[in-house]
Design a protein around this ligand. Structure first.
Ligand SMILES: [Cu+2]
Length: 420
């Protein structure tokens, strides 16, 4: 690869991409909720994320115990408000199950306006890579059922397009303000000339409605960075004026796909303002799952564009933290299962997908992730498929015969879940 070429974000080598996973889940139909991976190993016991069946291999006559946890008996301390068997508990379980079904049913692909899509090839002009971006008032959906919000977007999406460049590239980013209010755009983490810093009344005049501004600078340092509004920012960033600006190292050997052998390069931008608690502009159950193959190593670039710290917790496998704010941690790299990401910070983590299953991946401030109506907001899942095993299909109700749908073409098992 020539050193001035922008590497495309690494694609999943999994048989099913994230979207493919959801499509497969969606097209199964007939009462199926989703096809969930070759993760259904007998050892994988637990609640609905990693349900473990006790099934006949052909699925015929299979009768598995419900993988959903039994309604927990309330303890006698501290005034539980939902005593066992109460209507509140029944309603909670029904809501919680419905939300998981919506997630597994592919809601992420059913809501228009997915952000974070690669910008693509820029125009080259006088040695500069030119990125043309509009700043628009948009209607944005956090999930499929909530009302469309009066959001803001770059090129019509929240987050805006993912921009990938090479360290040392000359960048010209031209923003056309189509909003009815002024703005200014800051490239967060980049060493820009002072007059390109994007702070209205400090380094430039505001970009008025109908106006444009070209930010020109040399892309450095490398790493995970962002671009966002720096004007009326609580409102403008909170409503969607945020995006990822990835600067790949000039030395190809240092780029993530070669250095770490990753199969996916994933941007994860959190926000917690106008649209509630979101990952890449979406709240559970419309968040995108991460789908990988057993043995894959993936890279996640956490970016916090919100106003609160969010401790991201991954079940099943640890995270290796290799960079902060674009700066390599070197020998200070560390391993954890919960990583707090403060507003403005970016953290790069590697995940070795060594354990098959559907692993919950969520903010561990519980008010940001789960409540009396079930999970919401900052929740997704890392789905690790084992191509050598059978694919699993999941069903609510106990009557429908499930078709084999193994991505690997091997014998399908079926998981049945009793509807609550
Ligand atoms: Cu949080």
């Amino acid at each position: 690869m020539p050193t001035d070429a922008v590497p495309a974000p690494a694609q999943s080598s999994a048989t099913l991409s994230r979207r493919g996973f959801l499509r497969a889940a969606t097209i199964t139909g007939g009462g199926l909720v989703a096809a969930v991976v070759a993760a259904c190993a007998p050892a994988a016991q637990g609640p609905s994320w990693t349900y473990g069946p006790t099934l006949a291999p052909d699925g015929a006559g299979a009768s598995s115990p419900s993988p959903l946890p039994a309604t927990p008996a309330p303890s006698t301390d501290l005034g539980h408000v939902m005593p066992s068997g109460s209507p509140d508990y029944v309603a909670h379980d029904a809501h919680a199950l419905e939300l998981v079904q919506r997630f597994l049913g592919g809601e992420a692909t059913q809501v228009e306006g997915l952000g974070n899509q690669p910008y693509g090839d820029p125009v080259i002009d006088g040695g500069a890579k030119v990125f043309n971006l509009t700043i628009d008032e948009i209607k944005h959906r956090i999930d499929a059922k909530g009302a469309a919000l009066d959001g803001l977007g770059f090129n019509g999406t929240w987050p805006g397009p993912r921009i990938d460049v090479i360290e040392g590239d000359r960048i010209r980013a031209v923003f056309k303000n189509n909003m009815r209010e002024s703005t200014g755009i800051h490239f967060h983490g980049q060493r820009v000339p002072n007059n390109m810093d994007g702070v209205p009344h400090v380094t430039q005049d505001p970009i008025p409605p109908g106006g444009s501004f070209a930010y020109e600078f040399t892309a450095e340092p490398s790493g995970s960075h962002m671009y966002h509004s720096h004007h009326n920012a609580t409102d403008q960033v909170g409503r969607g004026l945020l995006g990822a600006f990835i600067v790949h190292p000039k030395d190809p050997a240092l780029r993530a796909e070669r250095r770490y052998g990753i199969s996916q390069d994933i941007v994860w931008i959190s926000n917690d303002s106008f649209g509630g608690f979101t990952i890449n502009g979406r709240g559970f159950p419309a968040t995108e799952p991460i789908v990988a193959k057993l043995g894959d190593r993936i890279l996640i670039r956490f970016m916090n564009e919100g106003n609160m710290m969010h401790p991201w917790h991954l079940h099943g496998v640890p995270m290796q933290v290799v960079a902060r704010d674009g700066h390599d941690l070197g020998s200070a790299a560390f391993t954890c299962d919960t990583l707090g990401v403060n507003p403005g910070e970016r953290w790069d983590v590697l995940i070795d997908c060594t354990e098959p299953g559907a692993w919950a991946f969520h903010c561990h401030i519980l008010q940001h992730a789960e409540g009396a109506e079930g999970m919401f907001g900052m929740v997704t899942a890392l789905v690790v498929q084992d191509p050598a095993s059978a694919a699993i299909q999941r069903e609510t109700g106990a009557t429908a015969a499930l078709a084999a749908a193994s991505a690997a073409g091997s014998t399908a098992l079926t998981c049945q879940i009793r509807a609550t």
